[in-house]
Design a protein around this ligand. Structure first.
Ligand code: 0GY
Length: 304
């Protein structure tokens, strides 16, 4: 028996446009997910949503359509700490994907070694309350201690409003930190305002990488009103540009396909690729964001 989708859940864009922007050779989509298919990889019993199926074949087809060379597949909360769908996709990619896992504090060395051999290079700690129940910090610290010797990093997903309460804990973690979706700023606040400044200061004083991803999730003004208009999500652009300007060698980009939990608007992934030109407006910056930085973090020593 398969569980029905969460009401209002939007499926991913079935026919994304061909981007105008040609991604540089070797470009990495450093944030995407796979969901199921649930008949093969059932969703976790404690999940907060039930998505549509979005398996590896659809992800790889999107990769090729957009001109992406590689993917980083991030474990989504609907699969809990069962990494099988993600690992299956990473293994099937023939070295063109890496993974970020969710693990429990009692994870053993053998399991971590197996995940590493499959292509996993990080764990994700999620603090977004609508997605997960809070994990005790001792549990997260125990995980961090186990993964640090492998050279892995910790992907952090949190709301900007929660950073003041979390930053001391984050700052004590013994591994590089990778922050999802610009730290989820409130884009109605000024880019020079205290909330975003705090985020930039945190990123600037720790071993932090930032994903300039998910404009479709952060936007308040929404996608372009006019069909055919390819400059979208303009309210998010100043925030992403600021991060690219301040940390050009520590930014990553990703599609966030298949875009969990969107109920009003599903982005055209081709448009998301075009959006990159507004965040990084020179070929040098684009190459850092799309190729050099993710290669350094996920495929060190390999050429793109
Ligand atoms: C994202 C964002 C979301 C979901 C998850 O793991 C997840 O369920 O990350 C969200 O709902 O904001 O990164 O895909």
């Amino acid at each position: 028996m398969t569980a029905p989708k969460t009401p209002g859940w939007l499926d991913w864009c079935p026919a994304p446009s061909t981007p105008d922007f040609r991604l540089p050779p070797g470009a990495v989509d450093a944030h995407c997910h796979v969901f199921g298919p649930q008949a093969q990889f059932p969703f976790a019993s404690g999940r907060k949503y039930t998505p549509c199926d979005a398996g590896k074949d659809a992800l790889f087809a999107l990769r090729d359509h957009l001109g992406v060379a590689r993917n980083v597949i991030v474990q989504a909360t609907c699969h809990g700490a069962d990494n099988s769908a993600m690992v299956d996709a990473v293994r099937a990619s023939g070295g063109r994907a890496r993974g970020v896992a969710t693990v429990r504090p009692d994870v053993g060395a053998a399991e971590l070694r197996e995940l590493h051999a499959a292509g996993v290079r990080g764990v994700r700690f999620n603090f977004v309350k609508r997605l997960v129940d809070a994990s005790p910090r001792e549990d997260l610290s125990a995980i961090a201690k186990k993964i640090a010797p492998l050279g892995w990093h910790i992907v952090l997903y949190f709301e900007a409003a929660d950073l003041p309460e979390l930053e001391t804990f984050f700052g004590g973690l013994p591994a590089p930190l990778v922050i999802d979706h610009l730290g989820r700023p409130d884009v109605t606040q000024p880019v020079d305002g205290p909330e975003f400044r705090r985020f930039l200061d945190f990123a600037g004083t720790h071993d932090v990488w930032v994903k300039v991803s998910c404009p479709e999730r952060l936007t308040v003004t929404g996608p372009p009103a006019l069909a055919g208009e390819r400059h979208a999500y303009t309210d998010v652009v100043p925030f992403a540009r600021r991060v690219v300007e301040e940390f050009p060698d520590r930014v990553l980009w990703g599609t966030d396909w298949p875009h969990p939990n969107l109920k009003h608007h599903m982005p055209d992934d081709g448009l998301l690729v075009d959006h990159v030109r507004h965040l990084a407006d020179t070929p040098g910056r684009q190459r850092q964001l799309l190729v050099d930085n993710p290669m350094r973090l996920y495929w060190p020593g390999e050429t793109a």
